[in-house]
Write a protein that binds this ligand. Structure first.
Ligand code: ZN
Length: 267
């Protein structure tokens, strides 16, 4: 998939994608609801707690977020916990499941950081032509997290990103795995052509463009966020956005270390 010399720091990402198929994606969910309709996030449970749940659950105790069907706790061949449908009657498309879950996971992580967000925030009443997946305000900033699950060209990423920027909104893109792999290829082709004159530099290069912050939201392997040289949790990513520690360097989106908290130092 990648030319020799591309230095892409996600080797198991490529392997796992080759291994995964649409069937696998469609049956692996991160969120199910318990009997009280409270969300249970598979990767938030300790290993012991997850094993206990697998041993003790009864069919019907847990329901899928996509269709209210019975959810079964399972562990993937890579060792990651997920919920699967008890039967295969679910008619919800895998992309739709991912999009709903991604919004839920980001909203829950923001809530844990003390930030309430709006989902599907409609800019149209303000004269703007967008609906943002996740919108929140922090210290006078308007911040949008787009969860991108449908195919989109680099040109369209740029157009939508610029549209948010013109409204004074920051935007960060978290992508469904197939979209992420496509965009790595598309962006690296652009960099290769425009910055390197079509010749892969001796040390290889990383694929991302400086004007669109994108990363993979990997719901199949513990809800990690990944890029070229970045690997963190959803809360760590959001914290970095809030602290303005996310930065672009040589084709990679990276997170700068946190400054020591002066309040904590004083206590
Ligand atoms: Zn379902």
């Amino acid at each position: 998939m990648f030319s020799t010399g591309h230095e892409i720091d996600a080797p198991d990402l490529v392997r796992s994608t080759e291994a995964s198929c649409a069937m696998l994606i469609s049956t692996m969910a991160q969120i199910a609801y318990d009997g009280q309709k409270c969300p249970v996030v598979a990767s938030d449970l300790s290993e012991a707690h997850w094993e206990e749940l697998k041993q003790t659950y009864q069919v019907g105790d847990l329901t899928m977020a996509c269709c209210d069907g019975a959810a079964i706790p399972k562990t993937s061949i890579n060792g990651f916990p997920f919920f699967a449908h008890h039967t295969d009657e679910c008619a919800t498309a895998p992309e739709t499941i991912w999009h709903r879950e991604a919004k839920e996971l980001v909203a829950m992580a923001l809530h844990d950081l003390g930030i309430e967000c709006q989902r599907e925030q409609d800019g149209r009443p303000h004269g703007w032509s967008w609906i943002a997946d996740i919108h929140f305000q922090f210290a006078g900033r308007d911040i949008i997290i787009e969860l991108q699950h449908s195919p989109q060209t680099v040109k369209e990423y740029k157009r939508r990103h610029e549209r948010y920027r013109q409204c004074g909104h920051e935007c960060y893109w978290l992508l469904y795995e197939p979209r992420f792999l496509t965009i790595i290829n598309a962006m690296s082709r652009i960099r290769l052509k425009t910055e390197f004159g079509g010749n892969i530099p001796a040390g290889g290069f990383k694929p991302f463009l400086p004007d669109i912050p994108v990363a993979l939201l990997d719901t199949e392997r513990g809800n990690g966020i990944r890029g070229a040289g970045m690997h963190c949790s959803i809360p760590e990513f959001l914290r970095a956005v809030i602290d303005k520690r996310l930065y672009w360097e040589n084709g990679a989106w990276l997170i700068a270390p946190r400054e020591p908290d002066p309040a904590q130092g004083a206590s």
